[in-house]
Design a protein around this ligand. Sequence first.
Ligand SMILES: N[C@@H](CCC(=O)N[C@@H](CS)C(=O)NCC(=O)O)C(=O)O
Length: 118
Amino acid sequence: MFIIRWILGRIILLLNFIFTPAKRRRSVTEQSEIDIQTQSLRLYQYKACPFCVKVRRVMHSQSININTIDAKQTDHKQVLENEGGKVQVPCLRIEENEKITWLYESSAIIDYLNKRFA
Ligand SMILES: N[C@@H](CCC(=O)N[C@@H](CS)C(=O)NCC(=O)O)C(=O)O
């Protein structure tokens, strides 16, 4: 089972690499404004999870630079479970006005990114 999942993960990464979407181009000023806003976001993810790849592709195509956190690492996984509520990726940690929100579900994350940055 582990081997099959590992192979599927590599295929997903390969296809993602081959069909990398074009990156959105913004003016330097506009991009740096967005980069400032995205500093307060963290994406908890697994490298080869298809739902995480889906979110990362949107980030790439919209030139949204968000720090990614490897939730396979025990310490990060524990933070996700204790603070977010469950171990499920992708999960977007949003820090806004001293309030932290943990947004689960790839479609909800993509909606949020599109509404805020696209
Ligand atoms: N409906 C969710 C599905 C997410 C999902 O199933 N993620 C898997 C990884 S691909 C997960 O977090 N599983 C829990 C675990 O690995 O501990 C979404 O669209 O984000």
